[in-house]
Design a protein around this ligand. Structure first.
Ligand code: TXA
Ligand code: MG
Length: 339
């Protein structure tokens, strides 16, 4: 295996690996993806094996643009084109009816046998070029081992996937840092199955009514996106999420927790006042985009044997903050402490 640079020849090399049924880790604006041709069942099977991913968890297909919607989906509503026009390439995945007859179609192994398929057009020039050159839809889950934080640099991919894939395409750190927003357009009103870089507010501005999947907000409800039901994104340490009005309240809470084995994940500019504890800032509380961009890298950095407990200051659940808190909650097993 080798790490590819972004020359045209190497983009072609990555595309040819995909066409011939191999696996390539690809950069996107959200997180790195573990890509295979969606039309190569054996390659798709290998994705599940490499990640240790449950078979009932369908994959997103990555396409070069909106024209792919009519190729792989059926009964595509007008709203899908409106959204693609506005947000693609970008962090929005659309769940649509999957065409299952006629010309080659997306195999059940990708969709886990559902009658829908999740489609997205990633905003990364290298990966878009690879998808175009490969000439096939690229099935790609996040390029991490199942249960671990998603990967946002090529080095993180190497850490999880070294020796298990044919190549890793290094496209630098991911801009958004969290997986795409998943929007189900097969129901009325449309429903967000996973919050991400395209916010609920932005979707409502265009579509009017948009629901949040009950499984995301109500304890005990099963989320509609099969992948959202697993504990996820988690370092080995136990996470405590803290919602509080100001930095002082967070410091006071942290003071009551033993120093030994405790790390604090706080906001930039608020690092002082945690004597004896390991401290890491993951972005600015008033700019949730910056928290999103660094949260997975921070969780990976704190995934060390000497750290058994991580205290995290959570942002408000507005805008991209909704996605940041969603991922942190999944890593923490659902609990959040409100001071
Ligand atoms: O940003 C992203 O979306 C990244 C990059 C690589 O594109 N991909 C990603 O894939 O996050 P993955 O496999 O880690 O998460 C895909 C999620 C899972 O929760 C899965 O259950 C859900 O999408 N999903 C896929 N197809 C679906 C469908 N037809 N209906 C409902 N949920 C679906
Ligand atoms: Mg994932």
């Amino acid at each position: 295996m080798k790490t590819l640079l972004l020359t045209p020849a190497e983009a072609e090399k990555a595309a040819s690996i995909l066409r011939s049924g191999g696996l390539v880790a690809l950069p996107t604006e959200t997180v790195y993806g573990l890509g295979a041709s969606a039309l190569e069942e054996e390659a798709v099977k290998r994705i599940f094996e490499v990640k240790g991913r449950p078979q009932d968890n369908p994959l997103i297909i990555h396409v070069a643009g909106p024209e792919a919607l009519s190729e792989w989906c059926e009964a595509v509503p007008e709203s899908a084109y409106v959204l693609a026009e506005r947000f693609w390439p970008g962090p929005l995945t659309l769940v649509l009816r999957c065409r299952k007859t006629g010309r080659p179609y997306i195999p059940d192994r990708v969709t886990a046998g559902l009658d829908t398929v999740a489609v997205r057009c990633p905003d990364h020039p290298a990966t878009l070029e690879v998808i175009r050159l490969a000439g096939v839809p690229v099935a790609a889950p996040s390029a991490n081992l199942s249960g671990k934080p998603s990967t946002t640099t090529a080095l993180h991919c190497l850490h999880d996937l070294e020796g298990k894939v044919e190549a890793i395409l290094d496209g630098g750190p991911c801009r958004v840092g969290l997986e795409s927003t998943i929007l189900d357009l097969t129901v009325t009103p449309p429903r967000v199955l996973r919050p991400g870089g395209v916010t609920l507010e932005q979707l409502r501005e265009i579509l009017g009514e948009v629901e949040l999947d009950r499984g995301l907000v109500l304890p005990g409800e099963t989320p509609k996106a099969p992948g959202m039901k697993y504990r996820h994104y988690a370092p080995s340490a136990e996470l405590t999420l803290v919602r509080c009005g100001d930095a002082e309240a967070f410091r006071r809470y942290a003071k009551g927790v033993p120093d030994q084995g405790t790390a604090v994940l706080c906001w930039t500019g608020e690092e002082d006042g945690f004597p004896g504890k390991q401290v890491l800032a993951y972005g600015r509380g008033d700019e949730p985009e910056t928290l999103a961009a660094h949260v997975f890298a921070a969780l990976r950095e704190l995934d060390r044997p000497e750290i058994s407990r991580i205290l995290v200051r959570c942002p408000e659940e507005n805008g991209v903050g909704l996605a940041v808190v969603n991922r942190l909650k999944k890593a923490a097993g659902g609990k959040i402490l409100c001071l």
